[in-house]
Design a protein around this ligand. Structure first.
Ligand SMILES: [Zn+2]
Length: 158
């Protein structure tokens, strides 16, 4: 395995601090890892602006690279901006299995403030209602399914 592949594997395995069932690679937050001389540089995109997890994620990726034996540096990649479209299919599956409804389009800032139609991650019913615009974190909204009465978090679409 090349140094770069090894560095990518170490960084990509870092779980998201807010949704530990998915990795930063599956969420699309980790954009690239490249070797610059002996230094592994990881490009990281912040998710929701103002999301306090961003600094934590950067630290966790840096720590993972250090643990793998690399001198590490993080570069914040602001453009193009991250959207929920970048969450991989595998990441979406894991979110659903974890009981979090993955984001459904259309992406856009407006979606943060409106209540989109969301499928229940447990039974798949679309008969769901938003209980609160903010769930366990600001990135999620709280929903309840009317079909099976399951409350769940919805990963907001941006
Ligand atoms: Zn349900």
């Amino acid at each position: 395995m090349s140094e770069q592949a090894r560095a990518w594997a170490a960084a990509a395995a870092v779980p998201d601090p807010e949704v530990p069932c998915v990795t930063v690679a599956e969420l699309g937050i980790l954009r690239w890892v490249e070797m610059r001389g002996a230094v592994a540089v990881a490009g990281v995109s912040p998710t929701y602006s103002g999301c306090p997890a961003t600094a934590f994620i950067e630290m966790a990726i840096e720590a993972a690279l250090c643990q793998a034996g690399f001198e590490a540096r993080i570069e914040r990649v602001l453009s193009p901006a991250w959207t929920t479209d970048w969450i991989s299919d595998e990441g979406r599956e894991k979110l659903r299995a974890y009981g979090i409804a993955p984001p459904e389009g259309p992406a856009g800032k407006a979606a943060l403030f409106s209540a989109p139609e969301v499928s229940c991650p447990r039974c798949g019913s679309r008969d769901t209602a938003q209980i609160s615009a903010f769930g366990s974190t600001a990135c999620k909204a709280q929903y309840q399914c009317r079909a099976c009465a399951e409350p769940f978090d919805y990963f907001k679409c941006i």
